[in-house]
Design a protein around this ligand. Structure first.
Ligand SMILES: NC(=O)c1ccc[n+]([C@@H]2O[C@H](COP(=O)([O-])OP(=O)(O)OC[C@H]3O[C@@H](n4cnc5c(N)ncnc54)[C@H](O)[C@@H]3O)[C@@H](O)[C@H]2O)c1
Length: 318
């Protein structure tokens, strides 16, 4: 699949990954940036919107007008979602609506508008507690342990169904935890916020030393999308995007403390289930990225380096 010189729409464009992808693509293709601004911010797109051949539309995937907005689009990169794993356990309905219904509506609008390419942001959580770690793309059976993971696996299946039935081409990226500039959710912004409020004590959800997972920096994730899309072969292709190592939550806390220049911070663990975080939180995750590396991609940062860089990025904007 090609993005260069094509007409590309990004959903969730004002969010963390979307705005960074828009920055990377501006100038090389015609860009339609779609977001309902529910959690994303138009300010994230300030630089991109000054570029050539860029348009922003405030549009909800669950609202009317999607098909009209997509007329003339070659490829849709679908990033809009409710990305919160933890809240999907408290009430699964918003996750179902935003992720599953939203993706179905978008695919249907693509089919009717004649969009041929579909790129989906999926997640490592589709693997659940995988017995094989690092986990390759062809691992199965896929049994997510969270409603968020279940919703994303459903989105992958929908994209596959549309690709095979309607002659579209789909590329799925299963991301590890992505960290870095403009991230507003997840462990790094959470720890930074808490430590700015109380620099002596950090409350950590889970049981020491917490889960052990791969954290990939946003710059590596964006280069991964570009490399994978370039290499993908249809009707549907799937790529893991992550680092080859993992770190414990406790190490993340130590890195955040160090990067913020704090001393004598006590860690207080609470509410954890055996072996890690909360219910629905995968305990151990490292993705096998051999397939993406076969497309010439390498992650520049290790998990620890990605987190340290993310604290500098995120800390600067708090
Ligand atoms: N950040 C990660 O670590 C990570 C890891 C794996 C997968 N993902 C996936 O990558 C994608 C992007 O994640 P992110 O971290 O940038 O999230 P984000 O919350 O920063 O961005 C999502 C954007 O989608 C928009 N949006 C939400 N619902 C919408 C709707 N109904 N219509 C239009 N716009 C809507 C929001 O306003 C926001 O700007 C998501 O699909 C997420 O599930 C993220």
């Amino acid at each position: 699949m090609k993005l260069r010189d094509r007409s590309v729409a990004i959903t969730g464009a004002a969010g963390f990954i979307g705005s960074n992808l828009a920055d990377a693509l501006v100038g090389s293709c015609e860009l339609l940036l779609i977001d309902n601004l529910s959690s994303g911010r138009k300010a994230n797109l300030a630089r991109t919107l000054k570029g050539p051949r860029v348009r922003f539309v405030k549009q909800d995937l669950l609202g009317a007008g999607l098909r009209t907005a997509l007329k003339g689009t070659d490829v849709v990169v679908h990033l809009a979602a409710n990305p919160d794993v933890k809240s999907s356990a408290e009430d699964p309905r918003p996750t179902f609506q935003e992720n599953i219904v939203g993706t179905f509506r978008l695919l249907e609008a693509c089919r009717r508008a004649g969009v041929r390419g579909f790129v989906l942001a999926s997640t490592s959580t589709v693997y659940g507690e995988a017995k094989k770690v690092p986990t390759p793309e062809d691992y199965g059976p896929l049994m997510p342990i969270s409603m968020y993971g279940a919703s994303k696996l459903t989105c992958e299946a929908l994209a596959s169904g549309y690709a095979h039935t309607y002659g579209m081409e789909s590329v799925v990226f299963r991301f590890a935890n992505v960290v870095g500039r403009r991230s507003t959710h997840g462990i790094v912004p959470d720890f930074v916020r808490k430590l700015k409020r109380n620099p002596r004590r950090l409350e950590i959800l889970g049981r020491e030393p917490g889960t052990s997972k791969s954290y990939v920096h946003i710059d590596d994730a964006i280069r991964g999308i570009l490399a994978g899309v370039d290499r993908a072969s249809g009707p549907q292709d799937v790529f893991n995007v992550g680092t080859e190592d993992s770190i414990f939550v406790k190490e993340i806390a130590e890195i955040v403390v160090r990067e913020l220049g704090l001393l004598d911070v006590s860690f207080s663990w609470s509410g954890g289930v055996a072996g890690g975080g909360w219910k629905g939180d995968v305990r151990r995750m490292v993705l096998d990225t051999a397939k993406l590396r076969g497309a010439g991609w390498r992650s520049k940062y290790s998990s620890a380096e990605a987190v340290a860089q993310a604290v500098r990025d995120v800390g600067a904007s708090h």
